[in-house]
Write a protein that binds this ligand. Sequence first.
Ligand SMILES: *Cc1c(COP(=O)(O)O)cnc(C)c1O
Length: 382
Amino acid sequence: MSIRPDFLPFSVPGIDEDDIAAVTAVLRSGWITTGARAAEFEAAVCACTGAANACVLTSGTAGWHCVAQALLKPGDEVIMPAMTWISDANVVELLGATPVFCDVDPDTLLMTPELAEPLITEKTRILLPVHYAGAPVDLDGFRALAKKHNLILIEDAAHAIGTAYKGAPIGKTGTAIFSLHPIKNITTAEGGIVATDDPDLFAAVKRFKFHGIAKDAWDRYSKKGSGTVSGVVEPGLKYNLPDTLAALGTSQLKKLDAFNARRTALADQYDAAFADIPEILPLKAPPYPHVHAHHLYVVRLDSPKYTRDAFLAALREKNIGTGIHFKPAHTHPYYADKYPDATNHLPNTNWSGDRLFSLPLFPAMTDSDIQDVVSAIKDTLA
Ligand SMILES: *Cc1c(COP(=O)(O)O)cnc(C)c1O
């Protein structure tokens, strides 16, 4: 086989001239930090998802920090999948609370209510499932579980902008935290969104993301603002998304449907190709009605010939980039030291965690790029 001449990265952000024009217009405007463009982006997010309130911030991690700060006290427990990005656990640790790692379904790698329920104790406060790879978790099941045990359900929706569950976009009901990191389905370079229908939580997030002041600087300096400094009602941090990046977000959001349609078409091509490669095990779709955002195309390598890492090195030699989502949370050194027993009840996470990787998937990929990936995989396995 012939090796493609250029390296195919695992992800490339879809930035076009409209995006660049939107950002440069802000740079020329005289107001570059959080202001009218951030408010406009928040309104566009609400229109797109049906959310009652949206707060844009500097990262998804910042969004989770603001939410967790408002809801957790030291000693509380948060049930989350071990198959997630480590920021979910880090924030909980920093607040003196405890992450409780849950296993995932072996076919979808989604946390399920059935796997989470036995982990509930009198200390449990939050359920934090992840809409992994862009597929929604069983929200009816999690809502019922939260109600039954008087818990708060927070959705890690970092992969799920454009995902829908039983006809409703993620973010419309409850509290969902999106990420706008460059590999995510839309990007602001770095950024995040908290979408919530809880007005008290929304107010708490808005305060904590800006020093603990109930108003943004914009309200202070703009013509209609009061001109006076509002008081700090509690200590907060500095997580506001500047207008330069918010303008990029609004511009990107206009392309979300087209981006996700292209991701879906590419994922379909991978599905068809892997149907007859037994060593490559893609994820299955969850059984309930949903729209998949196809944030990641995750497969597991089940081969006697290769370890996952040796296989990825062989693909890199053939100019194919890949990612790993994720190294399970309980296997990071800090967590392995602190929670050594976690690994005993995570068989599905451990099995997939050793074998999984993410293939290139981004809207600008061509059909011939997909063929290059598939050929490189077939060639390596041959
Ligand atoms: C990307 C990601 C986050 C964090 O988002 P940032 O914007 O990078 O802080 C959280 N959870 C999951 C599952 C992610 O993939």
